[in-house]
Design a protein around this ligand. Sequence first.
Ligand code: PGA
Length: 250
Amino acid sequence: MRKAIIAGNWKMNKTPAEAKALVEALKPLVKDATCDVVVCVPAVDIATVKAAAEGSNIKVAAQNVHFMESGAYTGELSAEMLKAAGAEYVIIGHSERRQYFGETDFTVNKRVLAAVKAGLKVIVCVGEKKEERVDGYTDALVAYQTLIALTGLTDDEVKQVVVAYEPVWAIGTGLVATDEQANETICVIRKAIEGRYGKEVADAVRIQYGGSMKPSNVKGLMAQPEIDGGLIGGASLKAEDFSLVVNYDK
Ligand code: PGA
C-alpha cells in the first residue's frame, strides 16, 4: 500500500511572516491527516516554515534546486543549502519552470540526481500541454519525461521519488482532468517505470495528480486506484481549503 502524499505548492506567494501565519493556521487543521502533508514554499520561507512546523506532521519542500554543489552560479541554491535550511523535499521540473525558465528533461534529470545525492526527497513533475493531448502524444510524452527524469538513479532511489502528473492545461486554469483521464495517464507513467525498473519498483512509486485540485474534486480523484496524492497550487494558499484537500478521506 502506498501512503498518499498531498503537497501544497505555494509558488511565488507568501513572505516569511505570511508563511508563518499560514503554517500556524494549518497545523491544527491537518494534525489527524492519514497522508503525508508537505508545503512547498519559496526558498526564503523555508527556515521560518520549518520552525513554525516543528512538532507537527507538516513537512517542508523547496520549489527548485540547482544541480551543482557550489560555485559561480549567481542566484542559485544547492541541494545542501536547501536541506540545511530545513527542506526535506524539493519539487523538480514544474511546468512553470519548463515554460518560463528554460527547464528541459535533461536539466530536470541533473537536478533529480543532485537532490537525491544530497538526501532530499524529490517530487518530479511531468505533464502534457493541451495541443499535445489533442494530437495524441500524452502517453508517449509523459513516459519519456518520467524515464529521463529518473535516469541514473538506483532502483531503491526510484522507489523514493514522487512523480506529479500535472497536465499543463489544468494548472491554474480551473480546468481539471477527469478522474478517469488522470488515472489513465498515471497508469501509463507507472507502466513506463515498470518497463524500465520492474513491477516492485513501479508499485512503490507514489504518483500524484496536480492541476486545479481542490476541496470539491479531491475525493473523486483520490478514489482512483492509481492516484496517490496531489500537488495543489491555488487551493494551498488558504489553510481551510488546503486542510479540506488533505482531509479528503474524512
Ligand atoms: P493549481 O496548480 O492547483 O493552481 O492548478 C498546481 C501546480 O501547479 O502544481
